[in-house]
Design a protein around this ligand. Structure first.
Ligand code: FE2
Length: 373
């Protein structure tokens, strides 16, 4: 059974976080990416910035569903930070922005502890008030922005205008970001664990070694980092030796650096959410139907109908606090890099260790199809 450690108390927390403020993706074509996230994931259009709003060389589309804000940014010129990022990595996560009470203090606290600044603290203002923002680098080319919006009443940020495109797509019940997983290279997990401990004051609440996460062929290791109030959780994966190539290694081969592997999004009705996502055309990893044969003996009584879970491919795991239901999409880019997890927690605070084997075998079947196992 997974044992979860206690994060630090509020009193000692030098970087109190309000949660994930937004996730920004650098993509090749932001207009089309935004449409995909509207039509498949049910995100609602919120804001836009581009040449029309004074942002000359790039465009950003902002989408929202409940507490989740996604920003899709593309370059309009060949030589820019965004264009170079897309050239090297393909589409991927650039910014994991965290909500803070004081963005200047967050920068001071983290850089004093060894964090490398990527954005000096600054104030952005318009007639809706002001946002204070700063940022530091983390693994690969990913950065954390600290966003303070307590004195802002606009819908996203200064520099953006309301975006009201044609077409209407319904929400699918995505509520908030549950966790964001980073893949790092060989022997890099522990240094990044130390980075989150030292620089951001996170705690390692859970660890999985290569014996927990291995199949006949491949393996990985993972440590889950949590901030003090548990609102922000960043598991860090590293590949491990196996008979064949680790899925983390395949990610690194394609992404060309450490980066975000998956974003897990919470729902309060996974059957309804996954039914809608499937109908909208999202591809999920499927485990063999035998997974469901002995499900009840493994996880005990659950509220959901097992036949329905089996039809949708939803997995179940239990810890000493309750159970969780989860499912993983296939990668949503051309390269086998970023994918999504949909998760419903019914008491459980863990990450589905009981499902790792079935899941990774499903992943390896996909990896083998690409000739990378
Ligand atoms: Fe996950």
């Amino acid at each position: 059974m997974e044992t979860i450690s206690k994060p630090v108390s509020a009193k000692q927390d030098f970087l109190p976080l309000l949660g994930t403020d937004y996730v920004e993706f650098y993509v090749g074509n932001a207009k089309q990416a935004a449409h995909f996230y509207r039509s498949v994931f049910g995100f609602q259009p919120l804001a836009y910035a581009g040449p029309e709003t004074g942002m000359k060389n790039k465009v950003s589309y902002v989408l929202r569903q409940n507490k989740i804000t996604f920003v899709f940014t593309a370059s309009l010129i060949p030589d820019s930070e965004v264009a170079e990022h897309v050239h090297r990595h393909g589409d991927g996560v650039k910014v994991l922005a965290l909500g803070v009470q004081d963005a200047f203090d967050a920068h001071e606290q983290t850089t004093r502890r060894g964090g490398k600044s990527c954005l000096a603290p600054k104030v952005l203002s318009d007639n809706h008030g002001e946002i204070r923002i700063s940022g530091i680098h983390t693994y690969g080319d990913v950065v954390h922005h600290f966003v303070e919006r307590k004195n802002y009443r606009g819908n996203f940020m200064p520099g953006f205008v309301a975006w009201k495109p044609e077409g209407k797509f319904n929400e699918v019940g995505l509520l908030h970001v549950d966790h964001c997983v980073g893949n790092v290279g060989w022997n890099e997990m522990n240094p990044w664990v130390k980075f989150y401990e030292d620089v951001l004051g996170f705690t390692n609440i859970l660890s999985f070694d290569d014996k927990d996460i291995s199949t006949e062929y491949s393996a990985l290791m993972s440590k889950v980092m949590s901030n003090g109030n548990g609102f922000v959780k960043f598991p860090i994966n590293e590949p491990a030796e196996g008979k064949k190539k680790s899925q983390v290694e395949e990610y690194l081969d394609y992404y060309k650096s450490p980066g975000v592997q998956h974003v897990a999004i919470a729902t309060s009705n996974i059957i309804d959410t996954v039914t809608k996502l499937r109908d909208n055309g999202l591809d999920f990893l499927m485990v063999p139907t035998t997974y469901y044969d002995d499900l009840e003996s493994r996880v005990g009584k659950i509220d959901e109908d097992i036949k329905t879970l089996g039809k949708l491919g939803i997995l179940v795991d239990r810890d000493n606090e309750g159970y969780l239901l989860q499912i993983f999409s296939k990668p949503v880019e051309d390269r086998p890099t970023l994918f999504y997890e949909i998760i419903q927690r019914k008491g459980a605070r863990s990450f589905g260790k009981g499902n790792f084997k079935a899941l990774f075998e499903a992943l390896e079947r996909e990896q083998a199809l690409r000739g990378n196992l």
